[in-house]
Design a protein around this ligand. Structure first.
Ligand code: C5P
Length: 246
């Protein structure tokens, strides 16, 4: 059976308010990555028109706006995101069962034209410690809360979750092969971690069960972003450690 194209597993995070820079990047990366992630920074500056402009470059869009509101409002937001044509979007699992169900149902409805977005749930933000969880009344440890929220998401119709590299293995084991895992905090071998505290290599993230790797600055900050994305694809196909042993 043919291996899936490793480039398709890479989603490049374009975190900038600059529409022209984002559009140039998206054009440059077409064919070298599987899609681009647009988040709150880009969206707040450029809105739906900005998303359409980037989509015009021809790459699938992962709209990472982390919806968290009453079910009716989140359903409306998911329908609107579906109308924008994104292939995947995020919600907060901590919005609760009814909100997750509303998001999943809205995604189904948005999919009647054949473009149903995947709904992936954020569990515990990696910026939060166990003490932070306690301060908002959530019980830890963090890993247990991540698993609890990911199960809640799956049981209520979400398609997947965003997971840190450290959580991916446990989530894959607990939630089975059909749950989409999206993993940020990925750094190609030899690239600075930046402000990411826990990082993993692309090959290790995929072997721990990730379906998609979210990679931003190692691509967007490179002198040649397309070459940087290609280099990551080669690393996935032939991880340096394995190559060194051969
Ligand atoms: O530039 P970098 O590769 O660190 O970008 C990673 C992207 O993934 C950013 O858009 C960041 O907001 C997002 N992200 C993350 N860690 C999480 C969740 C999302 O880095 N736990």
């Amino acid at each position: 059976m043919a291996q899936p194209d490793p480039a398709k597993r890479i989603l490049c995070a374009i975190d900038t308010p600059d529409l022209e820079a984002a559009a140039t990047l998206a054009r440059t990366l077409k064919g070298a990555v599987g899609g681009v992630k647009l988040g709150k920074e880009f969206f707040t500056a450029n809105g739906p028109a900005g998303v359409r402009r980037i989509a015009g470059a021809g790459l699938p869009i992962f709209l990472d706006l982390k919806f968290h509101d009453i079910p009716n409002t989140v359903a409306g937001a998911v329908r609107a995101a579906g109308a924008l044509g994104c292939f995947m979007l995020t919600i907060h699992a901590s919005g609760g069962a009814a909100m997750i169900r509303a998001a999943a149902k809205a995604a189904e409805e948005a999919g009647r034209n054949g473009k149903r977005p995947l709904v992936v749930a954020v569990t515990v933000l990696t910026s939060l410690s166990e003490a932070d969880l306690a301060s908002v009344g959530q019980s830890g440890p963090v890993e247990a809360q991540v698993l609890r929220l990911a199960r809640l998401a799956k049981d209520n119709g979400a398609d997947g979750a965003v997971a840190s590299p450290r959580e991916a293995t446990a989530l894959r084991a607990a939630l089975g092969p059909d749950f989409t895992l999206v993993v940020p905090g990925v750094r190609p071998t030899g690239v600075a971690a930046g402000d990411q505290i826990r990082v993993t290599t692309p090959a290790d993230a995929l072997s721990s069960g990730a379906d998609y790797l979210v990679i931003g600055r190692p691509i967007t900050g490179a002198p040649d972003p397309r070459a940087a994305a290609r280099a990551i694809t080669y690393q996935i196909a032939a991880p340096p450690r394995a190559a060194a042993k051969a």
